[in-house]
Design a protein around this ligand. Sequence first.
Ligand code: 4NP
Length: 151
Amino acid sequence: MVCLGNICRSPTAEGVLRARLQQAGLDERARVDSAATGNSHLGHPPDERAIACAARHGIDISAQRARRLALEDFDEFDVILCADRTILHDARIRKPRTAHAQVELLLDWGGLGKKDVPDPYTGSSRDFEHAFKLIDAAASGIVERVRQGRF
Ligand code: 4NP
């Protein structure tokens, strides 16, 4: 799961997908992680509004720490899911020619169409809630893909 800062959208996506896989009994089938294309918050915990939003939905993301998307990630992971089209573009440029990862848009891969998860960083708690709902809907689609081995 990749976004710009790895403090709002992608840590939420990491926490939500891990929780939904666990609830489906599929957590042994996929390893979930998240990273940033930018470097503004490396080493930081998620934004407190993202932590609070996830907590309202019963998911604890407070132990995560922001890290940069690394070249090795493109070999380490089968799928790199990007929060919006700018991130998708940046991640595809960075993908080494020989690396095998698919680099896709998070909501699209989750079955919601070619839509961005709007960046809630400069917004309100309502924007965090909106991002959460989109991410959670995509997580449902991703759980089904994992169940069917479609990745
Ligand atoms: P994220 O949100 O990409 O969802 O983690 C942002 C976090 C930080 C910044 C922008 C977006 N920033 O400009 O510092």
